[in-house]
Design a protein around this ligand. Structure first.
Ligand code: IPM
Ligand code: MG
Length: 360
């Protein structure tokens, strides 16, 4: 098959880890006889430096003209980088939110699983880690607090800021459907996370998720309050199969979930719309502190490339080959610094990428 892939390397460790993900894609293309054509695009801080804005119409159009988008990470050090002297809508993150919205990527899939090889790197108690876990966080990505109206103004002489958490029933319904659909391909269990004891938006969320669940009698549904979910993630992560939640809760809980896998450098993500099109990026950030040092863990980016093959190209065997190559490389004891443990071999970002590509 011939496929067009838009590549947004971005800022910080983005260029390093995406280079390694492309190695894995090329290895899969060679092994299975495909042709992938890459278009390099700017977004985030690097786009601000060149174009004065974090996201251009050209980048959006080029993404739309591709079959899928592979992304690294965007943004810099928020206290020192000049990008953060710009107004909020001109900063790197505005580019990421803009592209999610422009491409209609409402469903963000963040699979978190504990590789047995990394149980040493898991910060949980041994008896919890030994049970293992394999969950998928389905985060709503184009609504809620991130896209509601916001403003800062003076009210009664006091500087006052407001952000709006807004959802309509359609936005909730379509993400709930995605959650139930993927649950069917997994262990048939959905836990919907909300704050229905306080928020109206959560009460509507719960009502619509219950309605959707009627069409999926084979999938078990439970509701969980977000504060409890934060606790359950470290107390008993094995209870989660598919967790579906709104944008902000998903942002926070997915960082927490990533940490119990050993490192945020292990966590891929797929952001999908109603079609096969998607944007694939590691769940972690741009890690400006280690950028350019060839130290970053490229595995999240490589696993994101595997998700791209699976979800956008329907290349199941190819995706399996990439994921198995990651497992094999870990089995053989290779580790980047973030997941290093005694007796293993410390490798750089590019070495890890080459080792994995060789095993595809
Ligand atoms: C993520 C990131 C982004 C988000 C930031 C960079 C805007 O934290 O993808 O989780 O909050 O969605
Ligand atoms: Mg986040």
């Amino acid at each position: 098959m011939e496929k067009k892939i838009a590549v947004i390397k971005g800022d910080g460790i983005g260029p390093e880890i995406v280079t390694e993900a492309v190695k894995a894609l090329d290895a899969a293309a060679e092994k299975f006889g495909h042709k992938f054509e890459y278009t390099q695009l700017l977004m985030g801080g690097c786009s601000i430096d060149v174009n004065g804005v974090p996201l251009t119409e050209e980048t959006i159009a080029a993404c739309k003209a591709s079959d899928a988008v592979l992304m690294g990470s965007i943004g810099g050090d928020t206290t020192t980088s000049p990008w953060y002297k710009l107004p909020a809508d001109k900063r790197p993150e505005a580019g990421l939110l803009g592209i999610r919205k422009a491409l209609g990527l409402f469903a963000n899939l963040r699979p978190c699983l504990l590789y047995p090889q990394l149980s040493e790197a898991c910060p949980l108690k041994k008896e919890i880690a030994d049970k293992g876990f394999d969950m998928l966080i389905m985060r709503e990505l184009t609504g809620g607090l991130y896209f509601g109206q916001r403003k800062t103004e003076t009210v009664d002489g006091l500087e006052t800021a407001v952000d709006t958490l807004i959802y309509n029933e359609n936005e909730i319904r379509r993400i709930a459907i995605k959650a139930f659909e993927v649950a069917r391909k997994r262990r048939c269990s959905v836990i919907s996370v909300d704050k229905a004891n306080v928020l109206d938006s959560s009460r509507l969320w719960r009502k619509i998720v219950n309605e959707v669940s009627a069409d999926y009698p084979d999938v078990e549904l439970k509701h969980m309050l977000v504060d409890n979910a934060a606790m359950q993630l470290v107390r008993d992560p094995a209870q989660f199969d598919v967790m579906v939640t709104e944008n902000m809760f998903g942002d926070i809980l997915s960082d927490e979930a990533s940490m119990i896998t050993g490192s945020i450098g292990m966590l891929p993500s797929a952001s999908l719309n109603e079609t096969k099109f998607g944007l694939y990026e590691p769940s972690g950030g741009s890690a400006p502190d280690i950028a350019g040092q060839n130290k970053a863990n490229p595995i999240a980016a490589i696993l994101s490339a595997a998700m791209l093959l699976r979800y956008s190209f329907d290349m199941t065997e190819e995706a399996d080959a990439v994921e198995n190559a990651v497992r094999q490389t870990l089995d053989e004891g290779y580790r980047t610094g973030d997941i290093m443990s005694e007796g293993c071999t410390l490798v750089s970002c590019s070495e890890m990428g080459t080792l994995i590509a060789q095993r595809v």
